[in-house]
Design a protein around this ligand. Sequence first.
Ligand code: NAP
Length: 246
Amino acid sequence: MARTVVVTGGSRGIGRAICLAFAGRDTNVFFNYASNREEAEATVRMAADRGGSATAIQADITDADAVDAFFKQILATADGIDVLVNNVGITRDGLLARMKPADWDAVIRTNLGGMFLCTRACVRSMLKKHAGRIINIGSVVGTIGNAGQANYAASKAGVVGFTKAVARELASRNITANVVAPGYIETDMTAVLNDQVKEGLMAQIPLGRLGKPEDVAAVVRFLASDDAAYITGQVIHVSGGMVMDG
Ligand code: NAP
């Protein structure tokens, strides 16, 4: 029977690469997006070109009712959910002294609150199956911090604590939860950085290049595979060596 994989924020960047990494592998992919319908449709077409199936559904993950409706729509056709990839994340950068409460709230509400709502909405289905994989996208910034990103760093450190709690809570039901923490990856989120900033970043990356969305998607696919059955509560940095821990 085909596996059901749900990815949040599949219309662009890392989320799109994750959808495509699963497409065509005896898997039905469902993903949501905020507003970018054209890009969402492009992801669906790319998945079809690979012989896979992806379904796009607009749903704002900061809206509890929209999240519940999103999962309801998926569960109306799928036989439960096997894999959840919480990928949506936003930035609203600014120095702390000038950071607006609205920018703090938007980042925490989206990056952390959205993850909570989506995980809560699909966990019952995983409990019923006595199996499941939850993969949350964090960031190196949640581990090492970054000037001008206090809100984002707090949200991504929160992702780690959330994931470890969920991993402990659900382990006895054969559900794993892990974080994939990217370094600097070439997407719309980092396209706004100027060349000087990019050069500065490059100097901190032992492998000497920014990452590609596919570098992250490959690790997500591994964590969803049978080979990763004994891994839970971990944070795996995909950062070209920018962060080394363990
Ligand atoms: P991106 O290119 O900016 O794409 C963001 C995706 O999230 C889009 O599909 C967007 O939908 C969706 N989205 C945003 N807000 C949403 C909401 N409220 N409800 C539903 N969907 C929403 O981002 P990315 O660079 O691929 O980043 C993906 C993840 O990796 C994030 O968690 C980010 O923090 C993390 N990360 C990225 C980097 C990096 O260097 N790029 C590094 C470390 C961690 P629309 O297209 O409709 O707007």
